[in-house]
Design a protein around this ligand. Structure first.
Ligand SMILES: Cc1cc2nc3c(=O)[nH]c(=O)nc-3n(C[C@H](O)[C@H](O)[C@H](O)COP(=O)(O)OP(=O)(O)OC[C@H]3O[C@@H](n4cnc5c(N)ncnc54)[C@H](O)[C@@H]3O)c2cc1C
Length: 490
């Protein structure tokens, strides 16, 4: 590594995902000099849609293998590329329900935060990402799920997505090769670049440099293709950290900023089930099921998962000796999930050894276990009503559920906690925003307490778990906050 060089810019944005891209476009269009530093690489559509292991190598942090530690370890994935997790997500779109606008205002004292004031920010993001209603002709795994929903009479809907023109390539998690799924590299980033923002990829911010109550810049490593790297010192008037729910608190703490940082990590723990049907579903050739059940929201939601034959094998592996024969029937199977609004306690810390790693911990609460158990009971009942012959939960040593009597057991009993195989793709709340100095890391507009020119504008700032797919809320809040910043500077 060569010696640190020094550069000066007006605004530095760290991370180019949902929060970072929104921050960059607004600032650039308002005339600020903006440089975005992104740890991952820039890829074109020709690199998207590869096999999942290849995609994980290119687009994911830790090649898609990041555990959240706890008495029940939870598999977590997030993006690490230009566009961040928006490049590999499913594009499901929700506005923050009014109940949560009120609850967060009350619990965290967020100023000027109302459903009405947020509308324009959601509408802006929906227009930019071409959010549309799902197609009228539903893919098979969705149609089957709908049958179950109707049999149960539950409140559910096919969820709008940032994926207009989706042609069912079943590649969301590998980056959409058709450019239908709207990662922000398809929309906000080119627009921000046209407005003058510069995106520097393969560049990891290692440390924030501080002097009293100001951040003076960052120390970043820029990597080249031949694997050589430069350490660069970039000075900035203002710094926005948008590195995501795990990396933002890790970077802040590594830089000595710890006030309510990384102490309140929240997730939506997710339990998957595979369902076997008499009919062919061919989920491996289709976009994932598009309907979500919100009858038991905000605590419990159900929906459908990305499906490949390899993923099926992984999901069946908890009880492989009994389940392996099912692989022959993969065309007749689909995967669904129960997600709960986590109520456990989580933390994020930089690893003590080596500066580049982050340790996320989450201790599943008894309430989480209760909700996962009830959720499994209800989801299994729904799928059996839809015609499933049996439902195979990702729970070690738990036999297949093939009758409603087997399913309802979990309404009253708890699943064995240590046998749960859980995953999540929704993480937040590591730097809650609001005026409550006893629980928030940043003020009502993301300005980090104790600092004049340092802002958080990503999933970290969500004060609590929203119980819905979070990207819309992150983008709408990020735009609101950066517009507040711009109005103050003018
Ligand atoms: C597989 C998957 C499916 C999902 N499905 C949905 C969905 O359907 N709907 C929905 O609403 N949400 C979904 N999500 C969640 C959603 O994508 C995220 O909540 C959202 O993208 C988070 O935005 P963010 O800006 O906080 O972080 P990200 O979008 O993850 O962006 C953070 C960026 O910061 C970069 N970075 C991190 N550290 C550094 C550093 N030190 N220096 C420089 N750069 C750094 C990262 O490389 C990354 O590119 C999904 C997520 C995943 C992974």
């Amino acid at each position: 590594m060569s010696e640190a060089q020094s550069i000066r810019v007006e605004v530095l944005v760290i991370g180019s995902g949902a929060g970072g891209a929104t921050t960059a476009i607004e600032l650039a269009q308002a005339g600020f000099e903006v440089v975005v530093l992104e740890e991952g690489s820039r890829h074109g559509l020709d690199s998207y849609g590869k096999s999942l292991p290849q995609a994980m190598q290119l687009l994911y942090r830790n090649r898609g293998m990041t555990p959240i530690l706890g008495s029940v370890p939870i598999g977590f994935v997030e993006g690490r590329c230009l566009g961040g997790s928006t490049e590999i997500n499913s594009g499901f779109w929700h506005r923050l329900p009014p109940e949560f606008v009120l609850r967060w205002t009350k619990q965290f004292q967020i100023n000027d935060f109302t459903v009405e004031s947020m509308d324009e920010h959601f509408a802006w993001a929906e227009e930019k990402l071409k959010v549309t209603e799902p197609p009228e002709i539903l893919p098979k795994s969705t149609a089957i799920f709908k049958r179950g929903v109707e049999a149960m009479g539950w409140s559910a809907r096919a969820v709008p997505r940032a994926a207009s023109g989706c042609v069912n390539t079943n590649a969301c998690a590998a980056g959409c090769p058709k450019g239908a799924k709207q990662g922000v590299s398809q929309n906000l980033i080119p627009l921000a670049e046209a407005a003058g923002a510069r995106f520097v990829t393969d560049c990891t911010v290692k440390l924030l440099l501080r002097s009293q109550d100001r951040v003076t810049g960052v120390l970043a490593e820029i990597r080249r293709e031949d694997k050589s790297a430069d350490l660069v010192r970039i000075e900035a008037d203002y710094v926005f950290i948008c590195a995501g729910a795990t990396q933002t608190p890790s970077l802040l703490r590594r830089s000595g900023i710890k006030f309510h940082v990384g102490d309140t990590f929240q997730i939506h723990p997710m339990l998957k089930v595979c369902a076997l049907f008499d009919e062919e579903v061919n989920a491996q050739k289709s976009v994932m099921p598009l309907i979500q059940v919100k009858e038991f929201w905000p605590d419990i939601s159900f929906g459908g998962s990305f499906f490949t034959v390899g993923q099926l094998a992984m999901n069946l592996s908890d009880n492989w000796p009994e389940n392996q024969k099912l692989m022959e029937s993969y065309r007749n199977m689909a995967t669904y999930y129960v997600a709960v609004r986590g109520t456990g306690r989580g933390t994020v810390r930089p690893a003590r050894f080596g500066t580049e790693y982050t340790i996320a911990k989450y201790e599943l609460s008894q309430v989480d276990v209760r909700h996962l158990s009830q959720g499994l009971a209800r989801l299994a009942t729904l799928l059996l009503s839809a015609g499933a012959k049996a439902v195979y939960p990702c729970v070690q040593s738990l036999p297949a559920i093939d009758s409603e009597l087997d399913a309802v057991r979990w309404l009253d009993e708890n699943l064995p906690k240590s046998a749960l195989s859980l995953t999540t793709v929704h993480a937040f709340s590591t730097c809650p925003m609001g005026e409550r100095m006893d629980r928030c890391a940043a003020d009502s507009f993301g300005k980090v307490f104790g600092h004049q020119n340092l802002f958080i504008n990503d999933a970290s700032m969500l004060p609590d778990s929203p119980g819905i797919n979070p990207q819309g809320t992150i983008m709408a809040l990020a735009r609101r906050n950066v517009q507040h910043f711009i109005s103050q500077k003018r």
